[in-house]
Write a protein that binds this ligand. Structure first.
Ligand code: 6CS
Length: 350
């Protein structure tokens, strides 16, 4: 089938009529992260699997961060159909798809990364509601990708909202993050990813928040003394395309894309775990950073402050956002109960 498609395209190209088809067989995939990142590992494997599944008919060209623009600009390139695939993190998507900010709500997810991963990969009501919100804004949600726990990097210890007073923390640009760090007592400063290192170096900010692998590969740790692990929020990225690009794909290509995205779910979860563990070791080999793991008592005031952030989310996103949050919470409760039952059953048989 793929050979026939290519043969047809080659014939039409001679007639000068296959530019669009040719473009779509060379898919441009833009990343919000540099080479060596979780998103890059995803894209490299994605390209391999698409080539395998289409007998080489689809060639994926990867554009790491910096090649095409900021996260917001990549989303616009998708909406304008200038590129075929991109990552769009809810951390930068808040003004485009406000409902995606459900993934920015602190202390809403499980402390167990594997349960959160089951939530991200489930294709039930939550996915459908999010898909509708994305499609309203000319985006097709293809997958939700885990990238690890958000970690605070800082020039001082941060154990309580009091420690956050006057602390200038760089956040991604979604409005809800400003509300969250405001509720924690900090002074949030939204900036694009590429500007964070310089802002730390020039002392325009005191810290920032990202998974460990990103703190290592963007060298943020060089300008910081503390890494603080509150485990308040997993970093989630969404993989997007234009809805018309997806709908217009030949059925064989759409099946190959769907299968690839599905196959990458377990793969990328393991990659992010490995990257975050290995890069922490790499940071500590290079610099004597202080690591602080918040305990339950220290997490409690942040957990309490997070309630007002959920209320703000519901105010900002209305009934659609409220339903997304309620569905997410209900699904997490079910997944948590299932896991406890499985663990209890396993203990009984031991
Ligand atoms: O902090 C940021 O802006 C970025 N952090 C990561 C880990 N991925 C993409 C995002 O743009």
């Amino acid at each position: 089938m793929m050979r026939r498609l290519l043969g047809l395209c080659a014939g039409l190209l001679l007639l000068g009529a296959c530019a669009d088809t040719h473009d779509e067989l060379h898919w441009r995939f833009a990343l919000e992260e540099v080479e060596g990142s979780v998103q890059h590992a995803y894209a490299v494997r994605f390209a391999e699997l698409m080539a395998e599944k289409t007998a080489g008919a689809v060639h994926v060209d990867i554009y790491p961060y910096g090649a095409l623009g900021t996260s917001g600009e990549l989303t616009q390139l998708i909406q304008n159909r200038a590129i075929q695939l991109a990552f769009a993190s809810p951390g930068h998507l808040g003004t485009v798809v406000p409902e995606s900010q459900v993934f920015l709500l602190p202390f809403t997810f499980s402390d167990d990364e594997d349960i959160n991963q089951q939530l991200l990969t489930s294709r039930g009501e939550l996915h459908e509601l999010l898909q509708a919100a994305y499609q309203q804004r000319q985006l097709q949600l293809l997958s939700l990708i885990p990238e690890g726990w958000m970690v605070w990097s800082s020039d001082r210890p941060l154990r309580s909202p009091d420690d956050f007073r006057g602390f200038r923390i760089r956040t991604m640009t979604s409005p809800l993050l400003l509300a969250a760090y405001g509720a924690f007592g900090a002074s949030p400063t939204p900036l694009p990813y590429a500007e964070v290192y310089g802002a730390l170096q020039l002392n325009m900010i005191d810290g920032q928040v990202n998974p460990v692998f990103a703190i290592e590969e963007m060298s943020f740790y060089e300008q910081q003394d503390y890494l603080i692990f509150p485990n308040h929020l997993p970093f989630v990225a969404s993989l997007v395309a234009h809805p018309a690009f997806y709908a217009d794909l030949a059925p064989e290509l759409r099946s190959a894309l769907d299968a690839t995205v599905h196959e990458l779910e377990d793969y990328i979860h393991q990659v992010q775990k490995d990257f975050n563990r290995e890069r922490l070791a790499r940071i500590l080999e290079r610099k004597d950073m202080q690591l602080i793991y918040l305990d339950e008592t220290e997490r409690a005031p942040f957990r309490q402050a997070s309630q007002q952030v959920r209320e703000r989310f519901v105010r900002d996103t209305g009934p659609q956002g409220e339903r997304i949050l309620a569905t997410l919470q209900a699904q997490l409760a079910l997944l948590t109960a299932d896991t406890s039952n499985t663990n209890a059953a396993e203990q009984d048989t031991e």
